[in-house]
Design a protein around this ligand. Structure first.
Ligand code: C2O
Ligand code: CU
Length: 487
């Protein structure tokens, strides 16, 4: 069922989201309201225990002139509805593929039986419907769904196929947090695209020139003068973001990939790489109604290897956003809603831990490639092969994985089935915001990251799970491996 609010916003936004010219730069001054902004599209929500998704071809008027061919779920023209699920529910999702090519639909971050996972093996052929059925086991947090067909992931994602999943649970519900979707609980899906001169999405290019927030160019939104929760997904093909606000204000990270943190973490900037999510509290209670600020990516002068912002790549892979700061959302402060939340909670949830003493097996995985001979994107110098199992794990094992980045780029490492706890980085610093449950982690050039994970509940003797770089172009080029979980 569509929420009425989502539907109203959907109808409202469809009619007017056109940037003035294909070459508009987004350097509008931070505090002036400009008519070149478009209202942020808020994806409608689907709730309950049966979810129907259909992936279709669509078109979107991004620029004046030709419409752009896109993919979208349930009639959306770029990015799909937000699925809202309750932890503990048994859910069924019917994914209908109306494209003329095969797709898959992966529930990113879910602890789920392998045959329901939607990885490269669970193909949904053109014209067919795939109906996974599973129990929602994850903590309240922000997850997402997206195609995962080997060698077509970058294309299908680039054209707009994907959506958010919000899981709710009693622990989260007991906290005084903003949770009115589209009002004080705002989904922000960040990605960028490069367009050809005829407004075609150039999906051979990982680095976009135009920033899209929920698919909206030059997005703006009225937000109430109170505590607002932003659920942020880096849905890029390759670019990382260094996030912050134009007045450098402090904001509070309350959750990351797999759940709420123990306490809100105050920061003025945070890096988010492809596939990672954070939820933040933005305190607008002291802002004047009518004032404005910008949510931005402070991407100039990022360290080399961040992924998508290295100056050396600017000419090569699209240039308008590379090594530059750019706007993600123009925020207009409006009147508070009734019963606003105005305080940051002093604590959130108690984390369960995995300790090093529980470890039953350790592995080292090398991110390789970029050398003169051999594949450009691989793990342990082996590229992905659909028929090859790269790792075998015993059910209930607590494993210590060390991922060493020996490649020439930064990467974003993601593993299916589990949420993990990062215990160390070779650079010496694990961010406090990385302290909760994670499924995706930033791997700078030359760095190694060690995490612990328990592979419980599900064996996968026939259908393997994946681990991979979440840069979709790297994944498609073979920086992916498979594992079985055996009794
Ligand atoms: Cu978000 Cu294997 O993927
Ligand atoms: Cu990569």
């Amino acid at each position: 069922s569509f929420s009425l609010l989502g539907l109203a916003l959907l109808l409202g936004a469809c009619t007017k989201e056109i940037a003035t010219t294909p070459n508009t730069s987004t350097t509008t001054s931070p505090s002036t309201t400009s008519t070149s902004y478009n209202d942020l599209w808020i994806p409608p929500t689907l709730t309950g225990t049966t979810f129907n998704l259909s992936l279709d071809k669509s078109t979107k008027q991004f620029f004046s002139g030709s419409v752009t061919n896109t993919y979208g779920y349930n009639g959306a023209n770029f990015w799909g509805p937000t699925l809202i699920m309750n932890k503990g529910d048994q859910v069924q999702i019917n994914v209908k593929n109306n494209l003329s090519e095969t797709t898959t639909s992966h529930w990113h971050g879910f602890h789920i039986p392998a045959e329901m996972d939607g990885g490269p093996h669970q193909e949904v052929l053109a014209g067919t419907t795939w109906s996974p059925n599973f129990k929602v086991m994850n903590n309240a947090a922000t997850y997402w769904y997206h195609p995962h067909l080997h060698e077509l992931t970058a294309k299908q994602l680039s054209l707009g196929a994907g959506g958010l999943i919000i899981i709710k649970d009693p622990e989260e519900a007991a906290l005084a947090l903003p949770r009115t979707y589209g009002v004080d609980d705002i989904p922000l899906v960040l990605t960028s695209r490069k367009f050809t001169s005829t407004n075609v999405i150039d999906y051979s290019t990982a680095y976009g020139d135009y920033l899209l927030t929920n698919g909206t160019l030059n997005a703006q939104m009225n937000l109430p003068k109170q505590m607002v929760r932003l659920r942020i997904l880096n849905a890029e093909i390759e670019r990382g973001y260094n996030l912050g606000f134009s007045d450098n204000r402090t904001f509070y990270i309350i959750a990351n990939d797999g759940g709420l943190l123990e306490t809100p973490v105050p920061v003025t900037r945070v890096k988010l790489v492809v596939g990672e999510r954070i939820e933040i509290l933005l305190d607008l209670s002291k802002d004047a109604a009518g004032s404005s600020l910008d949510f931005k990516a402070y991407n100039s002068n990022l360290p080399a290897g961040f992924g998508g912002s290295e100056p050396a790549q600017s000419g090569q892979f699209g240039s308008l956003l590379n090594n530059k700061d750019f706007n993600l959302l123009h925020i207009n402060v409006a009147a508070a809603s009734s019963n606003p939340i105005t305080a940051v909670p002093s604590s959130l949830v108690k984390q369960t831990t995995l300790s090093a003493s529980e470890v039953t097996n350790s592995r080292i995985l090398m991110v390789t490639g970029g050398q003169p001979n051999g594949p450009a994107f691989s793990f342990n110098n082996v590229t992905y092969d659909h028929q090859t199992i790269n790792q075998t794990i015993k059910l209930n094992a607590v494993e210590k994985w060390t991922i060493m980045n020996n490649n020439i780029f930064g990467h974003s490492f993601h593993i299916h089935d589990v949420q993990f706890k990062i215990i160390s980085r070779s650079s010496g610093t694990v961010g406090i915001h990385e302290s909760g449950w994670k499924d995706t982690v930033y791997l700078p050039v030359g760095e190694s990251v060690t995490f612990l994970a328990k592979f419980d509940d599900f064996t996968s003797t026939k259908h393997p799970f994946m681990y991979h770089c979440h840069f979709a172009n790297h994944e498609d080029a073979g920086m992916m491996g498979q594992f079985l979980v055996i009794p």
